[in-house]
Design a protein. Structure first.
Length: 194
């Protein structure tokens, strides 16, 4: 689950996209010598939805990966090779990045169980978190870091900012505070003696 969690938190892919991610859609090297350089990336072109398509056409996107994601996937690939050897003839090669221990697609319950197993080793409330929460954390971290809503919307594959605002309204709550803070600066409250 390490690589799964790292990718969810650092590039904001949703669980349906990660469960369908194949190694052929992962570029761990990029092309650093190209002009301009091409970073390591993943191509989010499929999901486990009916028909294998992403939720919308805008959901099909290629995402640059932070160095931590690249390292996590390299380690994950080594672990997967060990699982493949251990499975022997039971291994079914579907090229899945986040496959089961025999190479098949992981179902949502399997992912949730593994995720909660990781959470049980922390102080977090296991019942309060699902893998989807990591995508919400991604949006929150970007928003709190000053990334524009339009950019966040494109990164998570939404058709526009309206969808992002609606789905992640709790994460982008500070936008609602901006007007009040501006008005406090425009019309400062005079301190008066009671």
């Amino acid at each position: 689950m390490y690589a799964y969690i790292v990718l969810s938190l650092l590039i904001g892919t949703c669980t349906e996209e990660l469960r369908a991610l194949t190694w052929s859609h992962v570029d761990l090297d990029g092309r650093p010598d190209a002009k301009p350089p091409v970073p390591p990336s993943i191509m989010v072109w499929h999901s486990v939805r009916t028909g294998g398509d992403t939720k919308t056409k805008k959901s099909r996107r290629t995402l640059a990966m932070p160095a931590r994601c690249v390292e996590a996937l390299k380690l994950h690939r080594q672990l997967q090779e060990l699982h493949q050897k251990a499975a022997g003839t039971r291994w079914q090669d579907h090229d899945l990045v986040f496959a089961s221990r025999v190479g098949t697609e992981r179902n949502p319950n399997n992912v949730l169980r593994a995720f909660r197993n990781v959470l049980s080793k922390t102080d977090l409330d296991v019942t309060a978190w699902t893998p989807r929460e990591m995508r919400h954390s991604f949006v929150s971290l970007l928003w709190d870091s000053g990334v524009l809503l339009e950019d966040i919307s494109r990164l998570v594959g939404h058709t526009g900012t309206t969808v992002t605002e609606k789905v992640y309204r709790k994460q982008i709550r500070p936008v609602l505070l901006a007007a009040a803070e501006a008005m406090d600066e425009i019309f400062p409250q005079e301190l008066s003696e009671p």
